[in-house]
Structure formats: C-alpha cells, structure tokens
Design a protein around this ligand. Structure first.
Ligand SMILES: Cc1ncc(COP(=O)(O)O)c(C=O)c1O
Length: 375
C-alpha cells in the first residue's frame, strides 16, 4: 500500500468493541485481568491501545518494524541515549536542535559521556578516524536551523564500519519526504510536536527501528524510564499522521514560493533552503528526499533588522516550534537556539527561521513583503 493509504489505515482497524472507525482514546491506567497473568494489556505505562495504534502507523510510514512513542521529542532522545552507558563516545552533527545540544552538553557530558561535534560538510567528506571508538553517530538532516544536509547512506556506511549505530532526527523532513532507515540508519527519532502532529496542539516524540534488539531495548527503556505520551496526545499524533502527505505537499509548495520571493529581496543577504540549486547539500537532498520541506532560513544585514522583522509580521506568528499548519517566524539566536550561544557553533545573530504553513502562499509572501519593507 502507498504512503497515503498506510497513513490512514496502518494500525487502525475499526474498534473491535463498538465498530468505531476512529481509534478510541483509551483513557485508562489499568486493565482487568481474566486470571493472574492472563491479559492483553496490564498497565498503561507499559502499553495502551491508542498509543499502540500510533506506534504501528508511524512505524509503517518510516518503513520500520517497530515504533516506540514518548511524551516529547526530548523524551525520545533521552531514552535513545540510555541505550549507551556512561563513558560512551557519540559523534554528532554540530548543527542539531538547541535542546539536543543542551541535553548532550549539560546532562550527558557531566555524566561522563563524550561528544565529538562535526559539521555536515565533514560528515559528507567522510569521517574516517573521527568515528574511532564511537558507539553512536547522531545526525539531523536537514539540520535545525541552518538546513544543512547530511548524506545518510554514506554516513551510515562509515558509522557501521566503525561499529557505531546511526540515529537520525527526522523531525524537519517527516517520513513523507525522507525515510532514514531506507538509507541505512538504525533508529529514527521525531518530535511529533512538529509535522507529524501538524496542528501545534500537542507535545510528543517517537523512535522507530527495524532492529529487533534495539526495539526490545527501547521498549524496555520506554517502560522503565516511563517518558510516555498519554492516550489523548497519542491520539492527536495518530490523527495528524492521516493528513501528513497532503500537508507536506502544501508546505513544500508554499516554501518554494516564499524562497523565490526572499531570493529577489534586497534586504535578504542569503536564503538557506536545500531546494536551491546552489545549496551545498542540494544534490544529496534531491537524492535522498522526496521534496525539500517547509523550513526556510535566511540571513539579513544585522541582528537589529532580524529582531525588528520577526516582530512586524501579521500572519507569520512570532513563536518557537515548527511544522504546524500555521506559519511561524523566529530568531533562532535568541529563541530556539539560545542554548548554543556558549558553544563553538552558535547560530548567526542575523538568522531568521521560517516554518512555512499551509495558508495561501500569496498572503504569506505579502506579509513578509510588508515586514521587510521597513527594514
Ligand atoms: C529537530 C528537533 N528535534 C527535537 C526537538 C525536541 O522536541 P520536543 O520539543 O517535542 O521535545 C525539536 C524541538 O524543537 C526539534 O526541532
């Protein structure tokens, strides 16, 4: 079955009790047992039918055997990091989401985990001995917020040769545009808060893998650490998946029009978008993605201009997060990526990030035009 069909049907049989076409929200913490140990479900931290429907559907869309849901993207990342023991060496692309960098540098590093940060360019040039002794390669592509692109197949081959597992944060692309496991990655993680939920009304996360060993361990950790989503959030994420394909097509179409407008504007110094032919990762993105996504970043002349611009838009809401139907604008340096300020790879202060929504493209362009007019 094709992606669109699986998004609506995978893991979602009509409810066996009522025939309800829509998976019910099983708001229960516990379940009746026929006799001691005789049960399908015993406790909702361990398993819940609404959560299972979401996990099965997401796994199908990522081409994975197993999905494991969490209470946030960071909870997914935290649980995946618990696959490793203190002292482990992680090689990570430097341009990761600021919260991921904060987790690595402020939580795991003090516990003795070791991190080597590499640029997307370095990953694509082949990491060679930098992977020596690494237990994990942590990738994001396209990266947040600079939209750098990593060659997933080459990076996965290099990591596996060095004995490391490959984790890819696929939040920016969504499985509609990119399925990292098809390119050799071992685990995919998402913040479902973003494109998968799609309506800015939930916080959630998920991991997916086809490795039975990794799945078993992650399910054990999901239950043991307990960073699970409640059934209502699992249901919202499941509902979001149903329209993922149509939303992603609309996001990509609008982003292309916004990029074209920004490129022709004198106040814009540079547009960062993997769909542009002169983007350094364009060829790789064209090969491993089915579209270039709805995230666009651009540089203006000064930080003051960037800060003034993001406060002047009327349709674009000044807000953190991304991936919802509504368009958002933000200043990564002082907002989403403030936690990288003291790192060697702080984002440029003149950077503006857009999450292009699915409103009418002409309205989005007109709003940016009036906001840029005054810069
Ligand atoms: C790429 C990426 N990964 C992970 C996260 C963390 O997800 P959450 O906010 O759901 O914990 C975010 C949040 O912005 C993100 O952009």
């Amino acid at each position: 079955m094709d992606f669109e069909t699986r998004a609506i049907h995978a893991g979602q049989e009509p409810d066996p009790h009522s025939g309800a076409v829509t998976t019910p929200i099983y708001a229960t913490s516990t379940y009746a047992q026929k006799a001691v140990g005789e049960f399908r479900y015993d406790y909702s931290r361990t398993a819940n039918p609404t959560r299972e429907a979401f996990e099965a559907c997401l796994a199908s869309l990522e081409g994975a055997e197993h999905g494991i849901a969490f209470g946030s993207g960071m909870a997914a990342t935290t649980t995946v990091m618990h696959l490793l023991d203190a002292g482990a060496h992680v090689v990570a692309v430097n341009d990761v989401y600021g919260g991921t960098y904060r987790l690595f540098s402020k939580v795991y590093e003090p516990k003795g985990y070791r991190f080597t940060y590499v640029t997307a360019e370095e990953v694509n040039a082949g990491l060679g001995s930098r992977l020596d002794g690494a237990a994990m390669l942590w990738l994001e592509t396209p990266t947040n917020p600079l939209l750098n692109v990593v060659d997933l197949r080459a990076a996965s081959e290099a990591a596996h040769a060095a004995g490391a597992i490959v984790v890819v944060d696929n939040t920016f692309a969504s499985p509609y545009l990119q399925r990292p496991l098809e390119h050799g990655a071992d685990i995919v993680v998402h913040s479902t808060t973003k494109y998968l939920g799609g309506h800015s009304d939930l916080v959630g996360g998920v991991a997916a893998t086809s490795s039975p060993e990794l799945a078993e361990r992650l399910q054990f950790l999901q239950n043991s650490l307990g960073a699970i989503p409640g059934p209502f959030d699992a249901w919202l994420a499941l509902r979001g998946l149903k329209t993922l394909a149509v939303r992603m097509r609309a996001h990509c179409g609008n982003a292309a029009q916004v990029v074209e407008f920004l490129q022709g504007h004198p106040a814009v110094e540079q547009v960062l978008y993997p769909g542009l032919a002169d983007h350094p990762g364009h060829q790789i993105a064209a090969r491993q993605m089915d579209g270039f996504g709805g995230m666009v970043s651009f540089l203006v002349r000064s930080e003051a201009e960037a800060l003034a611009l993001v406060a002047r838009t009327r349709i674009w809401t000044l807000a953190e997060s991304l991936g919802g139907v509504e368009s958002l604008i933000e200043h990564p340096g002082q907002m989403t990526h403030a936690s990288t300020a003291d790192s060697p790879f702080a984002v440029p202060a003149t950077l503006v990030r857009l999450s292009v929504g699915i409103e009418a493209a002409a309205d989005l362009v007109a709003d940016l035009d009036q906001a840029l007019e005054d810069t």
